[in-house]
Design a protein around this ligand. Structure first.
Ligand code: 6R9
Length: 664
């Protein structure tokens, strides 16, 4: 299943080095490498002191903690700020009403239609959140009840999140691109009491109905008592009597008050669950808690993006993913920042959509994904040259390794050769950024996420847990806890242990491979497990395989990531049909559609190769290494194939792949 370190090699040998400008450096939160090093040293020698100070500087506590940290990676159990009390929505809203930010823009929303713009000051957002918190209470939601949220990128999404946080109801956001059946399994897993959804999603000029998916999912979700529906597009939808309620009607109710006392939460009370793909079939419900997550979100937003009061900060992610949770909502709002939120896609109505928005709102900090950069690179520089991008001061990247070519394009065309790019490595599980440059301190190397942030004890180990040498590829692990780390997998403590703490006792296993160069810089090489990364979206190959084999024509399926110039990886499926069935393009289309329906459009395979047999070991395990090499066109050396039951299948597979893709 997993590669060993002899297969882990990085092709990136990047020598270019970029240093921050002096002027910006003087005003930065972390000003120099010297400062970074001092913080790092302190955080390793006295982690509790370091984090206690940050938690006090950044967060308002109703009651101070008794103890900063208790942890045991073998159990595993991690607790931060034990006994501390706080409320996340209070920290993101109320306290800014008193500290001079009452009339400051908290959220600037740019909808897909150009004229759809809304600006919420902290005061306005506070009122909306309080009102919706009162609505939730009226619907019977109490502290500890889970609320599933299946919404497009509209302001009601952060409002709903903060309202949940206000009353202590953990939210579970499901990306609106997921299918009815993905939504269903996530609702069932967390046993949500309420679902919040919308009539439709606006995307690339189209209206894509969303409510029918919710209707389909709710057929099998008996725990859901009420479904709140936001009117986004105004398309015709079904409203189920007694269950479905319009957001705008609930909010217009005169009995709903504009204020709502925040529920005082324990630092370790659950803030949210977010499902993410792992190496086995079922997505895991990653648990984040209140005190540690918020401290970490605020801390990393302040240091990595150097967020200041007069900045307009734009993270282009969807809030359905962790990046949107931490870096559109919780981090920037905890700091009292101005966060821009965008509905739509980078290439519609034209490939200058992003640059137009940067110019329109005078964006200062811009955080996006390599797949976006690569897609926009292809469209040519005329689109970037049309706009004034001079307000930008920091660029960020997240989701997958950024190849040096894309890095240089971003640096030259968006950063005009001057701006720092923070390549941020982290995961749903880590809650926030772990490895990244500090924009005015760290010299940059294109393609490297550079150095661990203070407090992050990251390392590379071999499969036996011993430290890897300089430049030797290995498993990326973290040797001690940080406040933003996950606290569990919802409903499955066994999986929590097995997935993250079993292979290397006493360490958190990230699932990524990496190497560290002579300067200590990290070069992330991607997943070592059966997780693929398509346009920065994490997908488990096992999930896609199980969707494929649930089709009546399919006997067996194996899915791998195929290198792709824009998406990073694209989905390639090998499918063995049941005996006697005809291979055809129609069947291919049907299988693609089937996966769309079961998981969602992002999981639909680009290539489906019909194969008579798959390369299996004598014990019946599919050797994915071989399948991966075939799709990458690396057919010279398959390594040790002596355990294969029938080595002759390989030739057929190579032939089939060439016919399908034109791989030379
Ligand atoms: C935040 C997020 C996590 C996986 C992670 C890794 C890949 C994310 C990266 C990166 C190289 C970066 N990844 N950032 N790889 N360089 N800067 O994306 O969370 O959706 O859970 O994905 O994404 O493989 O393990 P998530």
């Amino acid at each position: 299943m997993c590669a060993n370190e002899t297969q882990i090699e990085s092709l990136m040998q990047e020598e270019r080095l970029f240093r921050p400008s002096r002027k910006d450096q003087m005003k930065a939160h972390v000003k120099s490498m010297k400062e970074y090093k001092a913080y790092y040293k302190e955080s390793m020698e006295d982690p509790e002191g370091f984090w206690a100070r940050r938690a006090e500087e950044l967060i308002t506590w109703n009651k101070k903690w008794r103890k900063v940290l208790r942890w045991d990676f073998n159990d595993p159990k991690i607790e931060w700020f034990i006994g501390g009390k706080l409320n996340v929505s209070y920290n993101c809203l109320d306290r800014h009403l008193e500290n001079g930010r009452r009339n400051k823009a908290a959220l600037i929303w740019q909808g897909e239609p150009e004229e759809d713009v809304k600006v919420y000051t902290y005061q306005m957002l506070h009122t909306e959140v309080c009102r919706f918190a009162n609505v939730l209470k009226k619907l019977g939601v109490k502290k500890g009840d889970r609320v599933s949220i299946y919404l497009p990128m509209i302001p009601e999404l952060p409002i709903a999140m903060l309202a949940c946080a206000r009353i202590g109801a953990p939210h579970s956001i499901v990306f609106a691109g997921f299918s009815a059946s993905s939504l269903e399994s996530r609702i069932q897993d967390c046993k949500a009491k309420v679902l919040i959804t919308a009539d439709a999603v606006l995307r690339s000029g189209r209206t894509i109905p969303l409510k029918p998916n919710a209707d389909q999912a709710l057929k099998n979700c008996p725990t859901v008592e009420k479904c709140v529906v936001v009117k986004r597009a105004g398309n015709e939808i079904n409203m189920e009597e007694g269950r479905d309620l319009w957001w705008h009607e609930l909010m217009a109710d005169e009995s709903i008050k504009d204020t709502c006392e925040p529920e005082i939460m324990d630092a370790e009370d659950m803030l949210f669950i977010l499902y993410t793909s792992g190496s086995t079939g079922k997505p895991k419900g990653v648990i984040h808690t209140t005190g540690g997550y918020l401290t970490y979100a605020a801390h990393t937003t302040q240091w990595v993006f150097d967020l200041k009061d007069d900045d307009v900060y734009w993270c282009t992610a969807d809030i359905g993913w962790i990046t949107g949770h931490t870096y559109i909502v919780y981090g920037p709002l905890a700091l009292g920042g101005t966060s821009l939120m965008f509905e739509g896609v980078p290439t519609w109505p034209a490939p200058d959509r992003f640059w137009k928005i940067v110019e329109k709102f005078k964006v200062n900090i811009f955080y996006t994904a390599p797949t976006v950069i690569r897609a926009l690179m292809r469209e040519g520089v005329e689109w970037t040259q049309k706009h004034d991008l001079s307000t930008l001061r920091i660029l960020g990247s997240v989701g997958e390794p950024i190849n040096p070519e894309a890095w240089m394009w971003y640096h030259e065309n968006i950063g005009k050769g001057k701006l720092p790019i923070v390549d941020t490595w982290w995961q749903t599980e880590t809650g926030g950024i772990l490895i990244a440059p500090l924009p005015y301190a760290t010299p940059l190397k294109p393609g490297s996420a550079t150095l661990p942030l203070p407090g992050v004890d990251a390392a590379i180990v071999r499969s036996d847990g011993t430290p890897a040498k300089k430049n030797e590829g290995g498993y990326l692990v973290v040797k001690r806890p940080w406040p933003g780390m996950l606290r569990g997998v919802f409903g499955d403590p066994e999986r929590f242990k097995k997935q993250y703490f079993d292979r290397f006792p006493g360490m958190y296993e990230s699932g990524d491979g990496a190497r560290r160069d002579e300067d200590g810089y990290f070069w992330i090489m991607g997943r070592l497990d059966d997780v693929i990364n398509v346009s920065g979206h994490r997908l488990g190959t096992a999930e896609i395989e199980s969707a494929l084999v649930s089709h009546p024509s399919v006997a067996e399926a194996a899915v791998v990531g195929m290198p792709h110039p824009v998406k990073g990886q694209t989905i390639y499926a090998y499918v063995t049909l049941k005996a006697g069935l005809e291979e055809s393009d129609d069947l291919r289309a049907e299988l693609r559609n089937h996966v769309r329906k079961i998981i969602g459009p992002i999981a639909s395979p680009e290539y489906i190769q019909f194969a008579v047999g798959l390369p299996k070991t004598r014990s019946g395990k599919i050797m994915r290494r071989i399948l991966r090499k075939i799709v990458a066109g690396e057919t010279e050396d398959f390594g040790d194939t002596s355990t294969l039951a029938d080595p002759s299948v390989i030739e057929d597979l190579i032939k089939g792949n060439k016919e399908l893709t034109g791989n030379k």
